[in-house]
Design a binder for this molecule. Structure first.
Ligand code: BG6
Length: 475
């Protein structure tokens, strides 16, 4: 009989896993009847950053290389990949469904059966190895047509299209998938309106209106899910990271408080069922007028989420000191003042394991609802020598973060699971690069799309395998 250690930090059945997103791994961008999604017109490098700021740039140009078109070819290689992930020992895999595989343009009345069959096969393959699928419904890949014809989530009609998409998914997969996340990093719409909402403008009032539509859509489908199968668990998701004040100057503290409100604005709605108390003043100060009907507000109040999923890469720092504010690092689309106490990780990120514990506690204290860490990881350049990739830096990163996560659990936080970002190397969302690698599994592919796409286990593979095997005790 399996021995359960009563002193173990992580509860029995803790969901250790990995995370991917369809748009960054599947490739096969027009196969099986799939339509284009917004990600499919994004290039790599500086041009991608430009396109994210100004989608018209991407609409009007033709580029030499689009990384999502073939990506790591998960669409054709998922069996091989899942076999490796099963060997890694993961208990769950977070992935997303590509909306434009199911509704190629987004506004059709009937779904694309070939797309549905692909995810049936994918989930069956996972379940064959007892790996629980955790599914994000919309991860940065609104169908391109909805962006071009309807201006993305600015248009209220997207609620109807999204609802139809979700109804199709819940009815088809509810016996295979329990945990669903309605929108990846819902607060990302404030930083990257095109990626997160298919928006063609960065105008603040439009962005908040679009976010309102996503919130209503999320509540609508929570209602629907419970009707179809009450055992379905619906989660919201935020791009998290506590905001520190640079000094004890009260002005710095106020700056940090305000920045932090950005982060929690929408999650407050999804968890508490109402817009936060500071919303009204914020809207007035920024001349934002939202269309919100009584029915919509009632729906938001009645259908809150079951759990809170979040990503954590690093903390953020705020100050009113203009000199210090010049020392900005870009972060994961979430720019921050550079923290002199933290080490740089490259690509505008700093490493803050203790910040992970602080963030987990901050979220739990605010909401007291089960939490699920669905992204955490280190994007780094790996060197492959023959069959070997020695990625001690990644092991160090995960060890220090899992240590702090275990402290948070000891603090009393109710944590469902932990899925590391990009458990297999995939395309970076922010830059489109392949060289910003996150995985335990290396994929032979470069930033120009060259390579065999052969998979190799990195040193971190056997390390994480042991972590899972011991339920987090061997770090
Ligand atoms: C999160 C996203 O913001 O960060 C992922 O949900 C993304 O899609 C991840 O890949 C890491 O960011 P990047 O830009 O390094 O891929």
């Amino acid at each position: 009989m399996k021995q359960v250690n009563p002193l173990s930090t992580f509860k029995e059945g803790f969901l250790w896993g990995g995370a991917l997103a369809a748009n960054q791994s599947e490739g096969a961008y027009l196969e099986g009847g799939k339509g284009q999604s917004i990600i499919d017109i994004l290039p790599v490098g500086e041009k991608r950053k430009h396109s994210l700021k100004d989608p018209n740039y991407a609409f009007e140009q033709t580029f030499d290389y689009y990384p999502s078109h073939q990506s790591i070819d998960f669409y054709h290689r998922y069996k091989e990949d899942i076999k490796l992930l099963a060997e890694l020992g993961i208990k769950c895999l977070r992935t997303s469904i590509s909306w434009s595989r199911i509704f190629p343009k987004g506004d059709e009345l009937e779904p694309n059966e070939a797309g549905l069959k692909f995810y049936d096969a994918l989930f069956d393959e996972l379940l064959k190895y007892n790996i629980e699928p955790i599914v994000t419904i919309n991860h940065f890949d609104t169908p391109l047509y909805l962006s071009q014809k309807y201006r993305g989530w600015e248009n209220q009609q997207l609620i109807t299209f999204y609802k139809r998409y979700c109804e199709t998914l819940f009815k088809r997969y509810h016996k295979k998938v329990t945990y669903w996340i309605t929108f990846n990093e819902i607060n990302m719409i404030l930083r990257n309106p095109f990626l997160a909402g298919g928006l063609v403008t960065n105008e603040k009032s439009v962005v908040f209106q679009a976010a309102h539509h996503q919130l209503v859509a999320s509540a609508e489908v929570t209602k629907l899910a419970k009707h179809i199968d009450p055992t379905i668990q619906i989660g919201c998701m935020l791009a998290a990271g506590s905001v520190y004040p640079y000094t004890c100057n009260p002005k710095d503290i106020q700056a940090a408080v305000e920045r932090s409100r950005d982060q929690y604005f929408f999650i407050d709605v999804q968890v508490n069922g109402t817009y936060p108390y500071f919303a009204q003043r914020y809207f007035e100060d920024h001349s934002i007028k939202l269309n919100r009907s009584k029915d919509e507000l009632a729906l938001l109040a009645d259908y809150t989420v079951d759990f809170i999923a979040f990503s954590y890469y690093t903390s953020r720092l705020e100050t009113v000191n203009e000199e210090l504010r010049k020392n900005i690092i870009e972060g994961n689309a979430m720019a921050s003042v550079r923290n002199p106490y933290l080490k740089d990780a490259g690509w505008g990120r700093q490493i803050d394991p203790l910040g992970f514990r602080i963030t987990i506690n901050e979220i739990y204290q605010r909401y007291q609802r089960p939490l699920f860490v669905v992204e955490n990881g280190l994007g780094a350049k790996d060197e492959r020598t023959g069959e070997h990739i020695h990625d001690k830096y990644r092991i160090d990163y995960f060890r220090s973060h899992i240590e702090q996560m275990s402290e948070a659990v000891k603090d009393g936080v109710d944590l469902i699971g932990y899925t590391t970002w990009g458990c297999i190397d995939l395309i970076s969302a922010g830059t489109g690069e392949m060289s910003k690698r996150y995985g335990f599994i290396y994929v032979d592919l470069d930033d120009e799309g060259k390579g065999t796409r052969k998979r190799y286990k990195k040193d971190s593979f056997s390390w994480y395998q042991k972590v899972i095997e011991t339920n987090g005790e061997s770090l």
